[in-house]
Design a protein around this ligand. Structure first.
Ligand code: PLP
Length: 380
């Protein structure tokens, strides 16, 4: 039987049959010692090929409509290993200007030491990527919806540019999750996740993943076994277990976030809401076309007369958090966290005001999230 539905893939793809006891879930094989004689596969945790690593890789590959996938110890292990697998001294990579801060730091702090050149786009249109292409360009790297302004990049248009110039396209699909965006269907070559976010979904796992063709995953695997960012079997088991509910969780995140975005947009205390599911979002139509759902992340700006720190401190249900995408609603102020190192003028230029808040909408009853926001907006 071919498995097609996203919830069925979440629940069943990759599961390891318990042939010993017939149990319903994948057993955990907590061993780092496997035989080498008379075996087809020489297994070792740092070869990314233990039973639990393969199980979760198979599940993620099925969700991403990819031929293969491997799990990593963190999203950044997945990002760094993938980029270093394809970039050599003298190569050039183009990245969109709105990317995750950790990826930005990796590029800025490490790449010059290895003689790898990079350019950031000036905008998110396909032409913005195309105009940065040089003779030595190898990779185009994108991320959508972006953090924290939820900007939308036209994935197919950018993947088409990469194809035209025979470049590799790589996307960080963390914010959307494979439930809301399947970039391989749009022509992207490689998909990366911080599985610490929606794939894990319960704020208790640090993990990453990469999905692509068998050929690309082999190239990444070759670098991965040298760099050693493998995920432990116990974490693989937990991640596989978490992904079983990814579809239902993300559907609920989508519904709650759409409701919250609509509610906040009409609120007199709110200056602006950033959410791709709103018709007011400048790229709502592209999001509608390429996404299966608009996601659980949104940002909003309080009106000037309100104090964002006071607002945040008054919240009772919504927790301040550096991370996102858990089942619980969390909030973050980019100006004092992810973008604290920029000057106020630099933040202003990219649209990150002191009153901007990024909300990771959880799966609670939406009326309780609203009640919490309403009471925190009452300042005196
Ligand atoms: N990509 C995105 C979009 C992220 O938000 C993060 C972490 O916040 C990462 C990558 C890095 O993931 P990790 O923290 O699991 O290394």
């Amino acid at each position: 039987m071919t498995i097609k539905g996203k919830h069925t893939i979440c629940t069943h793809s990759g599961e390891i049959k318990d042939t010993q006891f017939g149990g319903a879930v994948s057993p955990i094989f907590m061993t780092s010692s496997y035989p080498f004689m008379d075996v087809d596969i020489k297994r070792y945790p740092r070869y990314f090929n233990t039973p639990n690593q393969q199980a979760v890789g198979t599940k993620i590959a099925a969700l991403e409509h990819a031929e293969a996938a491997i799990p990593f110890a963190s999203g950044m292990a997945a990002v760094s290993t993938t980029l270093l697998a394809f970039l050599n001294q003298g190569d050039h990579i183009i990245l969109q200007n709105e990317i995750y801060g950790g990826t930005f730091n990796l590029i800025q702090e490490e790449f010059h030491k290895m003689g790898i050149e990079y350019s950031f786009t000036d905008g998110l249109e396909a032409e913005d990527f195309e105009e940065k292409i040089k003779k030595n360009t190898k990779i185009i790297y994108l991320e959508t919806p972006s953090n924290p302004l939820l900007s939308i990049t036209d994935v197919k248009a950018v993947a088409d540019v990469a194809k035209k110039y025979e470049l590799l396209s790589i996307i960080d699909n963390t914010f959307a999750s494979p439930i809301n965006l399947t970039p391989i269907d749009l022509g992207v070559n490689i998909v990366i996740h911080s599985a610490t976010k929606y794939l894990g979904g319960h704020s208790d796992i640090s993990a990453g993943a990469v999905a692509s063709t068998v050929e690309n995953i082999d190239i990444i695997w070759n670098k991965a076994k040298n760099l050693g960012g493998n995920l432990s079997d116990f974490m693989c088991y937990l991640l596989e277990r978490s992904i079983k509910t990814l579809g239902v969780r993300v559907d609920r995140h989508n519904t709650n976030a759409q409701f919250m975005a609509t509610y906040l947009e009409q609120h007199s205390a709110i200056e602006k809401v950033y959410y791709p599911g709103l018709e007011s979002h400048p790229n709502h139509n592209i999001a509608k076309e390429q996404m299966h759902g608009f996601g659980g992340m949104l940002s909003f700006e309080l009106k000037d007369e309100l104090d964002a720190i006071q607002f945040q401190n008054k919240l009772k249900l919504i927790k301040p958090s550096m991370s996102l995408a858990g089942v619980e609603s969390t909030i973050l102020m980019p100006s004092i966290t992810s973008h604290a190192l920029l000057s106020a003028a630099q933040r202003d230029e990219i649209g990150i005001s002191d009153n901007l808040l990024r909300l990771s909408v959880g799966i609670e009853d939406v009326k309780d999230i609203i009640t919490d926001i309403e009471q925190a907006l009452t300042q005196g």
